[in-house]
Design a protein around this ligand. Structure first.
Ligand SMILES: [Zn+2]
Length: 247
């Protein structure tokens, strides 16, 4: 019973997995190897990556390092591992040095900024057009798609971290897969496209990446109709609404 719930928490923290006899195989959050090489044995409470040798004799460590506080609380509820010593260890441990998450985009990723008129590319473009996303956005946000592979039939919107490396991506189906969004094997607590953010400027908080992409033009159009003639403010306004935080 609790094993199933543990697996649920692991899936939430590490993404989807393969079942291999007694072990579950996840993508490794440490080395981000493109194959699922992090082997987790829930029964024995151990984990190990076959590539980078990231390992531990308590899965709690995995949840603590890669999940949210809520995930850790849920995990602790299911195990007897939570005791005063590990509580105080968490509470008083020194801050981990900051390390930016880096992630490879799917190897099948094709940029939509390029000329490509395959049937599948047209479907991706049509889908994005239906969400109000234009060719200019493809270039600006480096939007692409995959024809094949794990993310085949999905639009890919990459996120770039402070140092310019991809640190996450959103994979949204355009062919009607039952699962609309597929998460990459990485932590979600990043600031989407932090590379482009300037915290000294105004920020608009939105719920999804597609809202973020279209919010500028939508607000622009709104103001365009209502006040451009009288206040001539639309261009200035558009400038201030150039960055978004994705929740
Ligand atoms: Zn690894």
């Amino acid at each position: 019973m609790s094993e199933g719930r543990k697996v649920g928490i692991l899936r939430k923290v590490l993404g989807n997995f393969y079942n291999s006899t007694e072990e579950l195989l996840f993508f490794c959050p440490k080395c981000n190897h493109h194959k699922r090489k992090l082997s987790v044995n829930v029964g024995k409470n151990v984990f190990k990556c076959w590539i980078c040798d990231y390992r531990g004799i308590s899965i709690r460590k995995l949840i603590r390092n890669h999940g949210s506080f809520k995930d850790l609380a849920a995990w602790s509820e299911l195990t007897s591992e939570v005791d005063i010593s590990c509580f105080s260890a968490d509470l008083f441990k020194e801050d981990q040095p900051w390390e930016e998450q880096k992630l490879e985009l799917p190897k099948e990723y094709i940029s939509l900024a390029n000329r490509n008129s395959s049937m599948i590319s047209l479907r991706a473009r049509n889908y994005l057009a239906s969400r109000g996303i234009t060719k200019r956005d493809f270039v600006r946000w480096k939007i692409g798609y995959c024809e094949t592979g794990e993310y085949g039939g999905r639009v890919i919107v990459p996120s770039f971290g402070k140092t310019g490396y991809a640190n996450y991506f959103i994979a949204r189906t355009f062919i009607g897969n039952w699962k609309k969004y597929m998460n990459p094997p990485a932590k979600r607590d990043i600031i989407f496209n932090e590379l482009y953010l300037d915290f000294d400027k105004d920020l608009v908080i939105v719920e999804g990446v597609f809202d973020a992409i279209v919010s500028g033009p939508i607000l622009y159009r709104y103001w365009d109709q209502r006040c451009e003639r009288t206040l001539n403010c639309s261009k200035r306004l558009l400038k201030t609404i150039q960055q978004f935080i994705l929740l």
